[in-house]
Design a protein around this ligand. Structure first.
Ligand code: PLP
Length: 420
């Protein structure tokens, strides 16, 4: 490999020997594409005709007045096709897959959002597609599984281990080892072995590049602080990329604080002290693990932020102090989301709402000539079951019960098979 893929002590590529040629091929294709201005031009063209780019920046006037501090702007990644920034990554990897002459893509997915985005890309490019998803998640995320299958993807329910995301990742790597000649593994975030953290961040940098220019045009200056939620770290890396060379811009990443500190209660690898540095899933970073290196359970109200590891690039930015990391609790997240819906008519995903929590806390203490920018990484339509539960809306419950009754009457044999 030409690059070590290290960000100080973090990163690397701890991969089985058999995958080394595949990673070399991917690295070469990525570096070539990066050096070829025609590739980025084609990528931008694809994103502007298929996924609503450039996404706008919205001035949140009512929230700004509500907090009475800094001016609040919002980058609208929720307007992407499939409802989140994930489209930036999968479409870029789709172009790269075609460039490598491969005809099949595989991906892991937890909540199903990356699975849906990848299945969409595969349909658009005419690739075969297999999505690995923990069996527990397949049961929990039926609407996303439904769309993946409609788009022609095969969804494999992984029965190993805890039957969730990390098991799906292991299974995807197993597939890749057997099918590397014709298959690309479209990893979903800025994690994993080199070159994935850097390559995914490069595709997502379209967020920050646009945002920087839009702020200069609209506001006439750079934001004082920018905020993004951090799962694996791809939307945060995307936004931060636009401001890395502007030391006066503070970068703030917000992790899932869940029910508060303590192993199993959250997924904050950087903001809390429960994680430690280790090597797993092909790279070195902070993991929520025990002393033997066994991955621990995580919890978050938002399915997209409950990963045990974090981007090695963000781990390094944490260590060097270039970025600040905070955590938002489930309860704070639901409140920030409700407020944003009521005040602005915007519907940030539960993931994105983590960034809003910290931005709101800070904005109130800032001066009215200061400016902050929040990345609304996705929209919450997908979260309606969770949000309606959290808000405890009685009319929603009646609706679900009525629907279930309707189905039971129409399908008596299924009702018995499902044990209801
Ligand atoms: C998947 C997802 C995330 C978390 O992923 P990152 O790689 O950390 O960006 C955040 N927001 C939304 C809306 C998502 O769907």
């Amino acid at each position: 490999m030409k690059h070590s893929g290290y960000f100080n002590q973090f990163g690397g590529a701890f991969i089985p020997e058999i995958l080394v040629p595949t990673f070399d091929q991917l690295e070469a294709a990525y570096l070539e594409a990066k050096a070829d201005p025609a590739f980025w031009a084609e990528y931008k063209q694809l994103m502007s005709t298929y996924s609503c780019r450039a996404t706008p920046i919205t001035y949140a006037e009512n929230l700004t007045h509500h907090f009475g501090g800094a001016q609040i702007y919002i980058k609208r990644e929720d307007l992407n096709h499939t409802g989140a920034h994930k489209a930036n990554n999968v479409m870029g990897q789709g172009l790269l897959t075609r460039r490598m002459g491969k005809k099949r893509v595989i991906a892991e997915t937890g909540a199903g959002q990356h699975g849906v985005a990848t299945a969409t890309m595969a349909a658009k490019f005419g690739f075969d597609c297999t999505i690995y998803m923990g069996a527990v998640d397949v049961e929990r995320q039926r609407p996303n599984v439904f769309w993946m299958e409609q788009m022609g993807a095969e969804v494999v329910a992984v029965e190993d281990g805890s039957r969730t995301l990390k098991d799906a990742i292991n299974e995807a790597f197993r597939d890749w080892v057997t099918n590397m000649d014709d298959t690309h593994y479209a990893l979903g975030t800025a994690c994993g072995p080199y070159p994935f953290p850097e390559m995914v961040s490069w595709f997502q940098s379209i967020i920050g590049t646009e945002a920087r220019q839009q702020m200069l045009e609209r506001v006439g200056k750079l934001p004082d602080r920018v905020y993004a939620c951090v799962g694996g770290g791809s939307n945060a890396m995307g936004l931060f990329s636009g401001f890395l060379d502007d030391p006066e811009v503070e970068l703030v990443g917000v992790e899932a604080g869940g029910r508060g500190s303590g192993i199993g209660e959250h997924a904050a690898r950087l903001a809390y002290d429960d994680a430690s540095v280790g090597v797993a899933q092909g790279y070195k970073t902070y993991f929520l693990q025990n002393r033997d290196g066994q991955m621990q359970d995580t919890h978050s109200v938002s399915a997209g932020l409950d990963y045990v590891g974090v981007s090695p690039i963000l781990a390094d930015m944490h260590e060097t102090g270039r970025a600040r990391f905070e955590a938002a609790t489930d309860a704070e997240v639901v409140e920030a989301m409700k407020l944003t819906v009521q005040k602005e008519g915007l519907i940030p995903a539960l993931e994105s709402s983590h960034a809003f929590v910290q931005a709101f806390k800070d904005a109130a203490d800032m001066h009215s000539d200061q400016v902050i920018l929040i990345n609304q990484s996705g929209r919450a339509d997908k979260d309606i079951f969770t949000v309606a539960d959290a808000i405890d809306d009685p009319k929603w419950k009646q609706f679900i019960i009525a629907k279930a009754d309707e189905y039971k009457k129409a399908n008596p044999e299924l009702a018995i098979a499902g044990g209801v």
